[in-house]
Design a binder for this molecule. Sequence first.
Ligand code: ARG
Length: 270
Amino acid sequence: MCRPEHFTVSYSINPWMHPEDPTDTNRALSQWHELRRVFERLQFTVRLVEPGRGLPDMVFAANGGLVVDGTAYTARFTFPERAPEADLYADWFRAAGYDVVAAEETNEGEGDVLLAGDALLAGTGFRTDTASHAEMAALYGREVVSLRLVRPDFYHLDTALAVLDARPGHEHIAYLPSAFDDASRAELERRFPDAILVDEHDAKVFGLNAVSDGLHVITAARATAFQHQLREAGYEPIGVDLTELLLAGGGAKCCTLVLRDRPTTAEEAR
Ligand code: ARG
C-alpha cells in the first residue's frame, strides 16, 4: 500500500477525474487508514511504499506492478502523468528481495491482471496492451485470459471484476457483464458459470474494486446489494468508505497490490 499523502486530482486520465472539483487530502488519508486497519484486523501483512511527490495517483498501488511466484513484472504506464511511479515500485520490489523483470510492453500491473486459480485474467482496451499479456504468459508460464473492457468508466479490469476465491479448482468471481465485449463476456460465462453478476449501481460505487482473502471481501460500503449477494454465497463482506479516492477513479483494490511470494519448497524450508 502507499499512503495518499500527495493525493489530489490535478489531471484527468479517466472519466471519474475532474481536476476542477476540490479534493480533500486529509479525508483521503483517513479513509485509506481505515482500509489499512481493516487489513490489519484480518491479519494481512501490510507493507508500505513511500509516496512520491508530484505523483497524486501513487496511492493506487495495484498499478505498481504484478507480483506472482515471487517475481515482479514492472508496470509501464499508459499516461505520462503516472510513468515515474513504475521505477519507484520497481525499486521497492528489488529492495524487498523480489526478482524484478522490466516490462517491455504497456501494462498497469495488477489493476489489469487478477490471479484466478492458475490463470491470469488480464484486461485490455484502455490501459494494458495485449502484447503485455503475451509477455506475462511467457514470463510466468501461466495461461493468460485476455478480456476486453469496453466502458471508459470501468477502464481497469479490477474496476469491473473481482476474484472472490482464487484457489485452483475453486475459482469464483464477481463482475459487471456490460463492462466487457461480447467475446469476453462469453469467455467469462464459460469459465465461471456460477459467478456473481453485480448491478450497475454497485459497480458504479466501485463495489467490484474489492479485495478478498477467500472469506472476507473488502468492498465499497455503498455496494449494499453486492454485499447481500456475497453473504448469500457464504462470504463475509466488509464495507469501507473510500469515496474521496473514488474522485480519482479508485477503490479498495486499487489501493492494494498483492505480493505473491514463490511457494517455499520442502527442500528450501529445511
Ligand atoms: N487515477 C488513477 C488512474 O486513472 C486511478 C487508478 C485506479 N487503479 C486501479 N487499479 N483501478 O490511473
